[in-house]
Design a protein around this ligand. Sequence first.
Ligand SMILES: Nc1nc2c(ncn2[C@@H]2O[C@H](COP(=O)(O)OP(=O)(O)OP(=O)(O)O)[C@@H](O)[C@H]2O)c(=O)[nH]1
Ligand SMILES: [Mg+2]
Length: 231
Amino acid sequence: MRKPDGKIVLLGDMNVGKTSLLQRYMERRFPDTVSTVGGAFYLKQWRSHNISIWDTAGREQFHGLGSMYCRGAAAVILTYDVNHPQSLVELEDRFLGLTDTANTDCLFAIVGNKVDLREEGATESQEKEGHSPGTAGASPKVPKHVRLEDAMALYKKILRYKMLDEKDAPAAEQMCFETSAKTGHNVDLLFETLFEMVVPMILQQRAQGPVQTVDISSYKPPRQTKAGCCA
Ligand SMILES: Nc1nc2c(ncn2[C@@H]2O[C@H](COP(=O)(O)OP(=O)(O)OP(=O)(O)O)[C@@H](O)[C@H]2O)c(=O)[nH]1
Ligand SMILES: [Mg+2]
């Protein structure tokens, strides 16, 4: 097997559809999945480059592995479920910190998956209320879904967290996607946009030295201090 030239990592809460997105893209299907244990990766040849795409486990018990998988990443796909606003909150609270080990010029994509369910839900509730799809005038409700603007706001927050100038980074409109692993909506667009952005980084990395790779055998769980936590 050839050594990967660059790395992309999928992060996000359990059940948001990381594995399904990757399988939709790589295998062109939407199979039943089981919750990921640890992590797994696919190798994608894009032009003359090999890009590894790492699928990680969203389950809390594997959280410690996340930063190891992100080491040396050229891009991170932060994934949430558009039907679960909390999954977007978790990206900031639980997953963003894991990306500190990624490349300093790491790209971030924010991906709201399962849009097919949102569309299905909207049609059902419109039917219940006697509206045909697309009819205006439904009573205002507390939003049950994540709006794309919320994802874009998070993207801008991430740039600030990484101390990147908005002018130098790709625009939020370009890096925030809404997808469906079930229907395939925007899945190719997501991965291929990132590949196109990652290739110049690979060329730059090559000029600078070898790519960092993940060595699972070297992972050591964090040592517990007596006090249980440290400042
Ligand atoms: N309707 C719909 N269901 C989806 C979509 N993507 C994933 N699912 C379903 O959501 C469930 C979880 O999907 P996974 O891909 O296993 O989620 P995950 O993020 O990899 O979860 P962990 O491995 O536990 O972190 C499965 O039942 C999928 O079939 C989607 O776009 N639409
Ligand atoms: Mg998974």
